[in-house]
Unconditional design. Structure first.
Length: 325
């Protein structure tokens, strides 16, 4: 399946550029639309799309107004990100929302290359936008061009594994316990011991060894584990095109940095690469997770009233959602 050319959400959408977008570029550059440069920029964007199948997306509000762009440009060893929106009230939040959508899309669909954005040290707005999308400062990539200093932020990456090394097991176990203690719905009652969690984690290690599952980890470019989950496939021939996403979790200390969307994108990519066409997942009612998954194309397909007992007198619905990849 080829990557979608457009990205849509409730509040905005992103589309490949058309010739008429020279008007938007002229507005962003504060030059007349009759100037040569806006048309040249749009023409270059369109040529990049023709060559690579991705490039600059035009950001469009729900009203239909075109308000900026998020650009991705291919380099040999990475993909460079740029972003610009009109300077209206709320423009920073709009840029943040647009970039969050684009980087998750890129992680799921585009070449497996680092995504990087250059930020001037005193550009607090772009820094906020990049960090809210999950991008991390990598000091060793900072550089100077024509006496201008640039900081480089890079998107977390996804690693898909068929085994869990000892060091990774330690980090995953620690995160699982922390997520559970923070109230996350990850399969245990509050206060579950590390030994209880370890038994379940080791059960997944056995599934990986048997070839019926894959571990998908979201990692910081600095090496930290940011989240993980599992793609589990059934054994029957009639359901071999399906898979289940299980134990999806991210570091509770880093909430609000788009890691849930990035991990979900990585899970979708891993599932698709294993031949999965339909994914399902379940969650504990009362957590608000249904709204999150709905934003990424899931729909509720089943519900067991009171199917999850968190504590005596605290029964929650068990909810099943599905999505075609």
């Amino acid at each position: 399946m080829s990557a979608p050319r457009s990205i849509t959400a409730d509040d905005l959408s992103l589309h490949p550029p058309v010739e008429e977008d020279a008007q938007l570029v002229a507005e962003l550059m504060d030059v007349p639309v009759s100037a040569d440069r806006p048309a040249e920029i749009v023409r270059g964007w369109r040529e990049h799309w023709d060559e690579h199948g991705y490039g600059a997306w035009i950001v469009q509000e729900a009203s239909g107004r075109r308000v900026g762009f998020v650009g991705l440009r291919a380099h040999d060893e990475f993909i460079r990100v740029t972003i610009r929106v009109v300077e209206d009230e709320g423009g920073d939040q709009l840029a943040s929302r647009a970039l969050r959508l684009v980087v998750a899309h890129a992680l799921e669909w585009l070449p497996d290359l680092p995504l990087r954005i250059r930020v001037a040290p005193d550009d607090l707005v772009t820094r906020f936008v990049a960090e809210s999308a999950g991008m991390v400062h990598v000091p060793e990539l900072d550089h100077t061009v024509d006496a201008d200093a640039w900081q480089v932020r890079e998107l977390p990456y996804v690693r898909v594994a068929d085994r869990i090394p000892a060091r990774a097991r330690e980090a995953m176990l620690r995160m699982w316990v922390e997520v559970n203690d923070a109230g996350g719905a990850v399969g245990f009652v509050p206060g579950a011991s590390e030994e209880e969690v370890a038994r379940v984690l080791d059960g997944y290690a056995a599934k990986l060894a048997e070839g019926g599952a894959a571990c998908v980890a979201l990692n910081s470019p600095l090496g930290d584990l940011l989240g993980f989950g599992f793609v589990v496939q059934p054994a029957g021939a009639t359901v071999a095109h399906t898979g289940t996403l299980e134990r999806i979790m991210t570091d509770p200390a880093r909430r609000g940095t788009n890691h849930g969307a990035l991990l979900l994108a990585g899970l979708h990519r891993a599932a698709r690469e294993r031949g999965v066409e339909i994914v399902t997942l379940d969650y504990r009612g009362g957590t608000g997770l249904g709204e999150f998954y709905t934003r990424y194309g899931y729909r509720e397909v089943g519900r067991v009233p009171g199917g999850v007992r968190v504590a005596p007198g605290d029964d929650r619905d068990g909810v099943i959602m599905a999505k075609a990849l």
